[in-house]
Design a protein. Structure first.
Length: 94
């Protein structure tokens, strides 16, 4: 169903995010990583997409990459407490 949503709307970053979250929850990290990358390429100015991607990268243990993505999220939305908290977690682990 999630893949169908992406197939129907390949330019929809939210569809790619939903797919990425589903894949990660199913333990399919490599596929999730690709879907997160697609979402980022479609919405490079979205703090929400950067936050979701960075949080997932932290969960996957990719600390340096998560730090970079969350740093961009913090630049995009410096007032978001959620972004700042995730960025802080990444910074502490980096």
């Amino acid at each position: 169903m999630l893949r169908q949503a992406v197939a129907l709307n390949p330019r929809d970053s939210d569809a790619h995010l939903r797919l990425a979250r589903g894949l990660l929850a199913a333990g399919r990290a490599d596929e999730a990583r690709h879907a997160y990358a697609q979402a980022l390429s479609l919405a490079p100015d979205s703090a929400e997409v950067h936050l979701a991607t960075g949080a997932a990268l932290l969960e996957m243990g990719e600390i340096e990459q998560a730090y970079q993505v969350l740093s961009q999220a913090a630049d995009l939305d410096p007032r978001s407490a959620e972004v700042q908290a995730a960025f802080g977690r990444a910074a502490m682990q980096a």
